[in-house]
Design a protein around this ligand. Structure first.
Ligand code: SF4
Length: 202
């Protein structure tokens, strides 16, 4: 079964564009995770899905090597939205697409399926409560939706976006949204090497 059908599903679930890439081409770099630390991201250390609790880049490289292909997708976002009170809505949309795509891949017979989102799950799903998964014996409140971001395990999303021809701009708290022409958020669902034959489905 060809992962191209998952690319079509990503678009159907709301992605602006999607590509199938080789898992071996996913760039994982230690320096990316270093950017999550203070003063980089407010989610650092506050969620089980964020550094220093997420998988390390070294672990991620080994983990990704088990997979074969990935569906890398983006949603285009108005830059102003990322500086508005609704700034976390597009991040929630990415987690939603990842979750639906994971389910669809499993439904279609892939056994090894894992998704990664954009940004920290903490401000999206648990803005006013401590991370439940970090408590002793605790579990995530949103296991079906919350995932580590690609950056949290060291994936260089800029490099990956550029490799598939998507223009991407570095946006920080100091960025003037009027000065950039476009913004995107990206997610990924990685699938294993040998999807079993699944008769009767697409
Ligand atoms: S409990 Fe909340 S903050 Fe913790 S991993 Fe789950 S969604 Fe993220």
């Amino acid at each position: 079964m060809n992962p191209e059908i998952l690319m079509e599903e990503a678009m159907r679930f709301g992605a602006s564009d999607a590509r199938v890439i080789r898992a071996a081409d996913i760039p994982v770099e230690d320096a990316i995770v270093e950017m999550c630390g203070p003063p980089g991201c407010d989610g650092y250390g506050k969620s089980a899905n964020c550094p220093p609790f997420a998988m390390t880049p070294e672990e991620a490289r080994i983990w990704i090597s088990r997979f074969d292909r990935a569906v890398f997708f983006k949603i285009d976002v108005e830059p102003e939205l990322l500086f508005s009170p609704a700034q976390f809505k597009p991040f929630e949309d990415i987690f939603g697409i990842v979750s639906r795509l994971e389910h669809r891949a499993m439904e279609w017979g892939w056994k090894d399926v894992t998704g990664l989102g954009a940004g920290s799950c903490k401000p999206v799903f648990c803005p006013d409560a401590p991370c439940a998964a970090l408590a002793d014996g605790g579990k995530c409140r949103f296991p079906d939706l919350a995932r580590p971001s690609m950056e949290a395990i060291g994936i260089n999303v800029f490099k990956l976006a550029e490799s598939v021809g998507w223009p991407i701009y570095h946006i920080t708290r100091d960025t003037d949204p009027m000065e950039i022409s476009s913004a995107l958020l990206a997610g990924i669902v990685i699938v294993g090497a040998r999807p079993p034959r699944a008769e009767g489905i697409r």
